[in-house]
Design a protein around this ligand. Structure first.
Ligand SMILES: [Ca+2]
Ligand SMILES: [Ca+2]
Ligand SMILES: [Ca+2]
Ligand SMILES: [Ca+2]
Ligand SMILES: [Zn+2]
Length: 394
């Protein structure tokens, strides 16, 4: 009886994949059987899918570059743009209408937020390396040759198809598997809405705070809204778990309470980032005021909540007592809606950073991930809604 030799290639690739698995990377399932006639194809797929750092960009792309059409020529040179196979990378091409591109200082802040993400990498570092490409106008640190100005359109309508048309005309198709695409624009669908990501997760989003709706654009608003919309691309929602907004225990720019100004900290700083922990659920039918957000993890955080009369309050340290029903004491077990809607429910939070989903839409080159998205996630905070929030602050 002849033993068919185990092909050397298979042994090598297999050990690579197993090494990646041991290092904690996300690896596609490997068929347990000995190699069959079909092995080379599935093997190639498995190796392609080896993604040691879990950023949805296969190791081979991050090591050798990405050859989109298989002609032997690298189309997107990820290592030349600073990617490695052992640390999470996130690529975003930014096109813009005249006057709408955010400042280099804003990009510095966005980059710092992702670099400080509480996410560990196989190379021993923490954080995510975000590669922003706004072209020459964004400054040399944010120019990977893709970002450019697009024709001015004060109202993208219908937003999805007009955004797609601009994307198709201004974004190299080879980049679709690597880059998220975003647009700094004016308005869409006459909504006066601050942005839109269209689906959760996704590969595309827009930030729309232009002159048409008389937005006052600040660096904070640009930073917060960019990170908010990119968060939808990365699978995050307005409620963390579900779409209920304005939860006092959801300390994230995904929450409208914090999109424009960040989450207030006891230090006086503001957190323009996703939530890094999930406080316990708050049952609005039985809110124990003496324990506040009820976790020592909230000690350096403040939060906002809504009073029965519609005003918005700011807490002290989140682990201290909070007057949920706004009657002047913190001794009640209160029954009141604290997120400004009329219903009293149990508000659950989420640790966003622990639930980031890489590879939304076409990114990663797998099958596009665009899930059914609740309507409440497909409209965004308007200037009016924000002004209403600010005028109710006490
Ligand atoms: Ca990777
Ligand atoms: Ca990487
Ligand atoms: Ca472009
Ligand atoms: Ca009270
Ligand atoms: Zn949103």
């Amino acid at each position: 009886m002849r033993i068919r030799p185990r092909p050397a290639l298979f042994a090598t690739l297999s050990s690579l994949v197993l090494t990646a698995a041991a290092a904690g990377g996300a690896v596609a399932a490997i068929p347990p059987e000995a190699p069959s006639a079909a092995a080379p194809a599935s093997l190639a797929a498995a190796v392609l899918a080896t993604d040691t750092d879990g950023d949805s960009l296969p190791d081979t792309w991050e090591t050798n570059g990405y050859d989109a059409n298989g002609d032997g020529v690298i189309d997107v040179n990820l290592p030349a743009m600073g990617a490695t196979a052992n640390k999470k990378d996130l690529f975003v091409e930014m096109d813009y209408m005249s006057g709408r591109l955010a400042s280099t200082a804003a990009f510095d802040r966005i980059k710092a937020v992702f670099a400080a993400a509480p996410i560990s990498n196989p190379d021993g570092s923490t954080g995510i390396r975000i590669h922003l490409d706004g072209g020459a106008a964004a400054g040399s640190a944010y120019n990977l040759g893709g970002g450019n100005q697009v024709p001015y359109d004060s109202n993208l309508q219908p937003a999805v198809s007009q955004t797609d048309a601009i994307k198709n005309a201004n974004f190299a198709s080879a980049r679709k598997a690597v880059f998220h695409y975003m647009l700094w624009a004016d308005d869409y669908d006459n909504s006066c809405s601050s942005g839109n990501a269209f689906a959760i997760p996704n590969d595309t989003f827009i930030v729309t705070m232009g002159p048409k709706c008389n937005w006052t654009v600040t660096e904070n608003r640009n930073v917060g809204t960019f990170i908010h919309e990119l968060g939808h691309d990365l699978g995050l929602t307005h409620g963390g778990s579900g779409s209920v907004n304005y939860k006092p225990n959801y300390l994230s720019v995904m929450n409208y309470f914090f999109q424009f100004d960040g989450v207030p900290r006891t230090s006086g700083a503001n957190w323009f980032s996703y939530s890094s922990f999930a406080p316990p659920a708050l049952n609005e039918n039985s809110l124990k005021e003496s324990v506040g957000l009820n976790t020592s993890a909230a000690a350096t955080w403040k939060t906002y909540w809504k009073c029965p009369n519609g005003t918005t309050r700011t807490s002290g340290a989140g682990n201290a007592a909070i007057d949920w029903n706004c009657d002047g004491d913190t001794v009640d077990t209160a029954s009141t809606s604290i997120n400004g809607d009329s219903s009293k429910t149990t508000l659950t939070a989420q640790n966003n950073w622990a639930n980031i989903r890489f590879g939304g839409g076409d990114v990663g080159g797998g099958s596009p991930q665009k899930t059914q998205t609740p309507a409440s996630e497909l409209r965004e905070m308007t200037q009016q809604e924000y002004e209403n929030l600010k005028t109710t602050m006490r």
